[in-house]
Design a protein around this ligand. Structure first.
Ligand code: ATP
Ligand code: IP8
Length: 256
């Protein structure tokens, strides 16, 4: 069975989430190198999804929501901009990336996300690396769809997937990771979620932070999803290890 890695690059990893429109170029360049190595050595079926960071989240916050035409157009425009920058950097390191605008492949019905994944799969068959991003998705009730939801949604539709969430902390902690006595949870089961304390994300955030990443499991976790790992993409080597299945410092999210 062919397994596909769906890698979320957190907005807090690829941008400075407290500073509007600030990209972490050095992090992206290092991630590109790790991805090149992992793509060559371990897995050529990789879908990348990135978050909004100080692009999407900041624009939505500045507009006070997405109720106006300019809020919608600017949010989409800045998310595309961020995606193009990421794609340009990755391509310059030799990764065959292709950006798929999420809003053009998706629709919201009854508040649920429907994603047309066929073109994404066809691009994977050609050895390409599709990039999607957290975005505004149109529907009866147009809403912001986080990159996390896109990862879970794609993962549940593929016959075999591994979901890897790269962020700025080593994984899920029992409480705010900045607390000195916070403990990293190696394994997190759906039934444990209620005992975890979440602090609000630093900087601009209009989706749902670490809590949302986990809560989406209730809706989307299925037999097709073979592995869910949350890890620190700021630490050199961890993204390579996560893709190649050798990572040890992380949290694994299990269904039961
Ligand atoms: P984005 O949502 O912009 O794509 P991201 O995917 O990197 O970004 P965040 O939404 O920023 O993720 O969530 C990660 C943040 O969640 C960390 O910076 C961390 O401080 C915070 N956090 C809050 N509570 C916890 C917890 N119990 N365990 C781990 N992280 C937590
Ligand atoms: O950062 C949010 O995606 P996320 C996208 O993955 C927008 O939650 C448009 C704010």
């Amino acid at each position: 069975m062919t397994t596909t890695v769906v890698l979320k690059l957190g907005g807090s990893l690829v941008t400075e989430k407290t500073k509007p429109f600030s990209i972490r170029f050095s992090v992206l360049k290092r991630l590109a190198q790790e991805l090149v190595k992992a793509y060559k050595e371990c897995c050529s079926r990789i879908i990348i999804v990135h978050g909004g960071g100080s692009f999407g989240h900041y624009v939505v916050k500045e507009h006070g929501g997405i109720d106006t035409a300019s809020a919608v157009t600017q949010t989409i425009m800045f998310m595309r901009e961020l995606s193009m920058i990421i794609s340009d950097i990755f391509t310059s390191y030799g990764l065959p990336t292709v950006v798929f605008d999420t809003h053009a492949l998706a629709v919201i019905r009854n508040n649920d996300l429907y994603l047309f994944i066929e073109p994404i799969l066809k691009s994977l068959d050609l050895g390409l690396i599709p990039i999607l991003y957290g975005d505004i998705v149109f529907g009866e009730k147009t809403r912001i769809v986080s990159g996390d939801e896109i990862v879970w949604c794609i993962g549940s539709k593929l016959t075999s997937s591994r979901l890897l969430f790269a962020t700025t902390v080593d994984g899920v902690y029992d409480k705010d990771p900045s607390e000195p006595d916070a403990k990293l949870l190696d394994v997190v089961r759906l039934s444990d979620f209620k005992d975890i304390l979440f602090s609000s994300t630093q900087g601009y955030d209009v989706t749902g932070g670490m809590r949302l990443k986990l809560e989406l499991a209730y809706k989307y976790y299925s037999e097709n999803i073979k592995e869910v790992v949350i890890f620190n993409g700021l630490i050199e080597g961890r993204t390579y290890e996560a893709i190649c299945g050798t990572i040890t410092r992380c949290s694994r999210v299990l269904r039961y």
